[in-house]
Design a protein. Sequence first.
Length: 237
Amino acid sequence: MNLLQLRQLTSARVAIGRVGHSLPTAELLNFQFAHAGARDAVWTPLDPTFLAELNPIHLNSQAPDRPTYLRRPDLGRRLDPASRALLQPGPGAASIKDAAIIVADGLSAQAVHHHAQPVIDALHALLTDWNLAPLTLVQQGRVAISDEIGHLLNAQLALILIGERPGLGSPDSLGAYLTWNPQPGRTDAERLCVSNIRTEGLAPALAAQKLATLMREARTHQVTGVALPSVNVHHLP
């Protein structure tokens, strides 16, 4: 297979050619177009009506706006006081939930808009025996905000679906992170990640199957991250 044939099979920037020491004009324009798409993905706001039919609880991180969110990643990892108050348990402690599903814009609201609901719908069909906490939708959120939300919802496992950092040609890639026993202070080594969920990558339905398998394994072993025994999720029915 030559490079031109390979190019028909991938969106990666291969076999782009050259003119002297420079790129062909068409390829330079394609690069600039892809770069603009990635920038747009970062700055596109989360649609507040998104997932309305699933009636999510709307939450905000401590980052009050997009510029602050991009400059201060730490603020995106914690809820603001009003959002935290929404999740505080009232009289009579809330029952323990098997899992909490959280959706956050992350670095690409486009990814969330395009792919989050198909993943959630497929998960609901696969986890009919699970007692799930109310769905939450977070604006200006980072991955670690799922630790606080899962803890406040009294969930054994937190799953956050979040827009990944856009790449050139992949501005709408969704990531999914699983954390057992969520609470503030968890590290990335204690999480599991399924990434590149998008039409040209891992299809939402297949991603949901992998996530459901990992969620069951996490509940069996009561751990996620590097401590979880190896799980084969590459040959699912």
